[in-house]
Design a protein around this ligand. Structure first.
Ligand code: SF4
Ligand code: SF4
Length: 558
């Protein structure tokens, strides 16, 4: 018997789940046009690999992932690409985003690229993760994190893999219906995920108001002999389906502030993700459809098996809603969903529910859209907060735009569950303030990061210029040194040549002198006058020779 733990806060909500679970799931009508956003996940948007005019088949890859945290996009049906352009998508900013738009041909012709795996045990875990990545599977509980990344244990040892079947928001029943109708497939998907992650044990957490789904799961676990899987019922308290809350309820461990479940040896996936993994491995099918709950003021609330890319308005009308009388459409549940500004936005891989309301008064939670009053510091919000935050303090700092202080109060631990909003007697839209503060902080951080990049670039340029200047100086010095060295060599060889020339000149003069000292033979019996003339001639010659020696020496020096 699995022991259960409690998280702080939470609220009891009216379920509104009976209508949509009264009938089996049926396939939604094929839309005339599919709108496939390039980003349906957390991470880098995929990159289109088709062009306008291309014919595509069902399941064909039409946008490839970019980087590790990214997921590919596949055509949900066969048809022709008619545009690759911005289109309205569901986002709180109401901005449009790049999408591939396909006119369907009604033939539903599958691609021939499907490669089922006969026995996944024959492949290593990394090959299984690669298959999951190639199938474009992302977390289908709402967060949309690429599943293959969350199935990679990296350096961590994973003890427990949790499958989240605690669908705690009012109205949403797509996971419950999936478990009722495909319990065995979900169990097989869970086993594949456990193999990819090499986890020791598995727990499926399911709320205790989903009896049929719980029994179906337990029976399939028993039939398959998977004794490492525990199917556990958890109390129906909102937000038990939050990842961190469910981990705490099932294991008693708290995910550290700013940390990940992997830090405490736990990984948590949605039951829809397990089903998508099953189809990817067993049939080689990419993620091109999902279960979606359509509820609110529609004539036939129900769950539909919807092709990704189907416009929301098509589903509302299929369930008996009327586009002319709609006052508000929410994508997701009433607590955490996003109000739509345009009903042509498409269903994506993370869309679990469409709530269509004909009159403003039909919106189920009173605090939404009411006139707020001043905070009376009652403390209800702090009591309800499942993360143990102080929402009223966060509210004051958000109002005062004190974004440093608000982070000291752990704004980024807020899961935007809306419990504080729900219990606030002053009807203050607290979560709006928290989202606003988060967006502002992200924008500031982004600007700061850009400024840092610009500063680094400037510093780098300055360093480069300085380095180039130094290098130039060094080159100059080296050149000068080389020239000086050359000059020095030339100077010394010139000196040597000069010395040699002087020496040679002196040698020549000496030889000449010696030659001149040879006495002539006819000098016997000279008269005194003859002798005098000879002496005078010798004296003149010597004087001339001496002068010639000096001249030769001077010429050599020059
Ligand atoms: S619940 Fe509302 S009124 Fe009460 S303290 Fe919180 S913010 Fe103020
Ligand atoms: S929205 Fe944030 S602050 Fe409010 S209760 Fe939920 S976690 Fe706490």
């Amino acid at each position: 018997m699995q022991r259960l733990f409690q998280f702080h806060g939470g609220v009891q909500l009216k379920e509104h789940k009976r209508d949509a679970t009264a009938q089996p799931v049926q396939a939604a009508r094929l839309p005339r046009q599919l709108v496939l956003p390039l980003q349906q996940h957390i991470g880098t948007p995929a990159e289109a690999i088709v062009a306008v005019g291309d014919k595509v088949r069902k399941g064909q890859l039409i946008a490839k992932p970019v980087g590790v945290i990214s997921a590919p996009v596949h055509a949900s049906s066969s048809g022709t690409v008619v545009a690759i352009a911005k289109h309205a998508v569901s986002h709180p900013s109401h901005l449009s985003a790049p999408c591939i738009i396909i006119d369907t041909d009604g033939e539903e012709r599958w691609t021939e690229d499907r490669q089922p795996v006969a026995d996944y045990h024959q492949l290593p875990p990394e090959a299984i993760r690669a298959r999951i990545r190639d199938a474009g599977i992302v977390g289908m509980g709402g967060a949309g994190f690429p599943a293959h990344v969350k199935l990679d244990p990296s350096q961590h040892a994973v003890d427990t893999l949790i499958l989240n079947g605690a669908e705690c928001e009012p109205y949403i029943t797509c996971d419950e219906m999936l478990l009722r109708e495909h319990a065995l497939e979900v169990i097989v998907g869970l086993r594949i995920m456990r193999y990819a992650l090499q986890a020791r044990r598995c727990i499926i957490g399911i709320e205790n108001n989903k009896k049929a789904a719980f029994l179906a799961l337990r029976e399939q676990v028993r039939n398959t002999g998977a004794d490492f899987i525990d199917v556990v019922q958890v109390p129906t308290v909102y937000p038990t389906g939050g990842e961190k809350q469910l981990i705490q309820v099932l294991t008693g461990m708290e995910v550290p502030s700013g940390g990940l479940p992997l830090d405490i040896g736990v990984v948590c996936h949605n039951v829809g993700t397990a089903y998508a993994v099953y189809r990817a491995i067993e049939f080689g099918e990419p993620l091109i459809s999902r279960y979606v709950t359509v509820a609110g003021s529609v004539a036939k609330a129900r769950n539909l098996d919807v092709l990704i890319g189907t416009p929301v308005i098509d589903l509302i009308e299929e369930c008996g809603g009327n586009r002319n009388t709609l006052s508000r459409v929410i994508l997701g549940g009433p607590m955490m969903g996003v109000a739509l500004h345009d009903v042509t936005v498409p269903v994506t891989k993370t869309t679990n529910c469409i709530l269509a309301f004909a009159k403003t008064g039909d919106v189920p939670l009173a605090s939404k859209g009411s006139q707020p009053m001043p905070c009376i510091r009652c403390g209800n919000c702090a009591e309800a907060c499942p993360v143990d935050l102080l929402p009223q303090q966060l509210y004051w700092y958000a109002r005062a735009k004190d974004f440093d202080k608000i982070q000291d109060y752990h704004l980024f631990d807020c899961i935007e569950c809306g419990c504080c909003d729900y219990v606030c007697p002053s009807q203050i839209p607290l979560v709006h303030y928290f989202r606003y503060a988060k967006t502002e902080i992200w924008a500031q951080q982004h600007e700061k990061a850009l400024a840092n990049i610009a500063r680094e670039r400037h510093q780098f340029r300055e360093q480069r210029l300085e380095r180039e200047k130094l290098e130039k100086q060094q080159r100059h010095q080296q050149k000068r040194a080389a020239l000086d060295a050359q000059k020095g060599d030339a100077g010394s060889s010139a000196d040597a040549a000069k010395k040699a020339a002087i020496q040679a000149a002196m040698e020549r003069a000496k030889n000449k002198r010696e030659a001149n000292t040879i006495q002539p033979r006819n000098i016997d019996n000279l008269t005194p006058d003859q002798q005098r003339k000879i002496d005078e001639a010798n004296a003149r010659r010597k004087a001339l020779e001496a002068r010639a020696d000096v001249g030769a020496a001077q010429d050599s020096e020059q």
